[in-house]
Design a binder for this molecule. Sequence first.
Ligand code: BEZ
Ligand code: FE
Length: 292
Amino acid sequence: MAFVTEENLTDLAEKRWATAHSPRLAELMTALVRHLHAYAREVNLTEDEWAAAVGWLAATGRISDDKRQEFILASDVLGLSTLVVQLNNRFAPEATPATVLGPFHIDGSPDAPFGADMSDGIPGVPLFVTGRVLGPDGTPLPDVVLDVWQADADGAYEAQLPEVDEARLRAKYRTRADGTYCVRTIAPRGYAIPMDGPVGDLIGRTAISHFRPAHIHFLIDHPGHDRLITHLFQEGSDYLDSDVVFGTKDRLVVSFTGRPAGPTPDGGTLTGPWLHAEYDFVLNAAADRTRP
Ligand code: BEZ
Ligand code: FE
């Protein structure tokens, strides 16, 4: 091996990591070395700054556990999570766009019949989300499962409420024979990402807003189609143009239209006002997927 100089160091490190046994690992590691070195050279990284960065990474690891994923949050606020979603979900233009999964999805949500109320008495403004799930050619798809989860009217998710030990504001709905679905819930509120850890500390040293706009999450995994992980955002909600995790896309913003007391889309009646969001999800045919 050649002796090390400032000039040859990047080249030497890249060559060393190119020996990874798997070609993909070699590609990932050599590019990482190249970009890390370029970063340090560009900003002329000081030893104190290097130590602070290492300390920040260590603190991020210390605060993380199986419930709290501070590294994912870091990836989210840096825009990396959304970039990875984008690179891996290059759907046809007519398909519903994908966005970040986020940390609050819980497997095994209970099945809910058409129009069942997943808010189950939790206070809030009643909201119906209705529409169809369509194939790429516009054909309504029967028997498609929509896995739905959201924050409550205070912006809190089930996973953030240790006292809750049963499914809260999450359920799996299914389309009917004509492709229609009907979710009954309450209007969610926008919320702040956790600010009590190293990510919050960093954000607090910037002018970045630490909020997400009001939204509902959907996961639709139907055979023959790409899995769709997305949200619907409430039109007019605060933070639509400053979503801290870069998750908001214009085609996912929908009107939560105010409706008076009276008949509701589940065939029932409400004695007070309610909100109605209408949205057709269009799935991407698995064969249409374009990988880089
Ligand atoms: C969410 O939408 O649930 C979320 C996504 C990324 C970071 C924090 C929350
Ligand atoms: Fe969310």
